[in-house]
Write a protein that binds this ligand. Structure first.
Ligand code: FAD
Ligand code: NAP
Length: 338
């Protein structure tokens, strides 16, 4: 384990923002992490735990220690007739976990195909897409407290999962280093094609009996066509969460905007499509200097080359302001801002 000084983070965040880490280390095993936790650099500095950097915005140099987690290993643990437990090290690419499960016909995460980043970061915001969320197959996770270095196991309840949310974004923000996750996958998968885009892609294939492999393939195709590839245009996926509001607030918006896009989430609540709000506030494809919104999906803010984190942040503030003025809805960032 080596602690380096003044390291450029441009290649460690998918926004491609230039920023320096005062201290930087890469961790490949739990024993290296235990060694790191005992060092004075770890104890005395602010820390940023880093996976693939696909859900962060760096607004300046990071004064403290960046810990890039590369813990490897995917293992299939015990099987029961219904469920199979799959374990992945925090540094394993999330999509490798999905591919293994799809190839073994283990269901529950096929709709999360091609989400960038690592397995260790997946519980952070309870990653979700096309109707699935990791919480639905989550078994447990392991890691270390940054406060006192003790090792702990978290069950699903302890993670307090919510919509793109968990305890690790609140009480334990920067307070817990996830080293391993375990999922309980379904041995008898039931493909979920409830999202229109997935259903119509599957229909085009004209298949009678849909498998999770078909669903995964369809989703990979949709994502490749619709979303900007961070290796070409810097971005961190959706910048904001879809707002959940009360039904009576929806009625108020509908008076002036009858076409507002929403989905039912409960008896009294609905989820507004943030992309619709941003587009209808006039932001689709707009640029301010080197920062802008993506032409196909305005919920994705992009770095058109050389933007600073502060420029992206001020674009996001402008978007929030116009959406609030027009619809009286407050957008909340999904991306983690440092
Ligand atoms: P990072 O960006 O490195 O970190 C994210 C946060 O987690 C940071 O706060 C970091 O400190 C913390 N963290 C990272 N690793 C650990 C760890 N081991 N222990 C404790 N804390 C940790 N997200 C979705 O939910 N659904 C999508 O469909 C989706 N699509 C995307 C598409 C694109 C093109 C992009 C660029 C992003 C997309 N995302 C999506 C967002 C992102 O990929 C996910 O949130 C992903 O889980 C982030 O993983 P990461 O390893 O890159 O995390
Ligand atoms: P989309 O299919 O154009 O849909 C727009 C929004 O409507 C989505 O945000 C989605 O909410 C919601 N939606 C659509 N159909 C729905 C249904 N049947 N039931 C409930 N909600 C529905 O969205 P998109 O931008 O192309 O993304 C497709 C999927 O990939 C979405 O699930 C999205 O979350 C995910 N994605 C996430 C990120 C990220 O960074 N977080 C980036 C790209 C794509 P949900 O977002 O709640 O699903």
């Amino acid at each position: 384990m080596e602690i380096l000084k003044n390291i450029q983070l441009k290649n460690f965040n998918t926004f491609g923002i230039e920023a320096n880490a005062e201290y930087f280390t890469e961790i490949f095993s739990e024993s290296e992490l235990e060694e790191l936790i005992k060092t004075s650099v770890f104890k005395k500095n602010k820390r940023l735990i880093l996976g693939g950097g696909s859900n962060i915005l760096l607004t300046g140099d990071f004064k403290g220690l960046v810990i890039k987690l590369n813990l490897p290993g995917i293992n299939i643990l015990n099987d029961s007739p219904e469920k199979t437990i799959l374990e992945a090290g925090a540094g394993v690419l999330w999509n490798d976990v999905v591919e293994l499960s799809v190839n073994k016909n283990l269901g529950g995460i096929e709709n999360l195909s091609l989400i960038p980043g690592t397995a260790g970061a997946a519980p952070m915001q309870n990653i979700g897409a096309y109707g699935q969320e990791i919480k639905n197959v989550f078994y447990n996770l392991e890691g270390y407290s940054t406060a006192d270095g003790h090792k702990e196991l978290f069950t699903s309840d302890m993670c307090k999962f919510g919509y793109r949310d968990s305890i690790f974004k609140h009480e334990l923000k920067n307070g817990f280093i996830i080293t391993k996750i375990r999922l309980a996958l379904n041995n008898n998968p039931e493909p979920d094609i409830s999202y229109n885009a997935v259903r119509s892609e599957i229909e085009k294939l004209g298949i009678d009996k849909v498998t999770i492999k078909d669903v995964s393939k369809a989703i990979c195709k949709i994502r490749r066509e619709k979303l900007p590839d961070p290796s070409i245009v810097g971005n961190a996926g959706s910048f904001f969460k879809n707002p959940i509001i009360r039904r009576k607030e929806l009625k108020f918006i509908q008076r002036n905007f009858p076409g507002v896009a929403y989905f039912d989430t409960g008896e009294n609540t609905v989820k507004l499509a943030a992309a619709w709000l941003i587009e209808n506030a006039g932001w689709k494809g707009k640029r301010i200097g080197k920062a802008g919104t993506h032409v196909n999906q305005p919920l994705v803010l992009v770095n058109y080359g050389g933007a600073t984190g502060k420029e992206i942040l001020s674009l996001s503030d402008e978007i929030k302001k116009t959406v609030k003025e027009k619809f009286d809805v407050t957008l909340k960032e999904e991306v983690n801002i440092f």
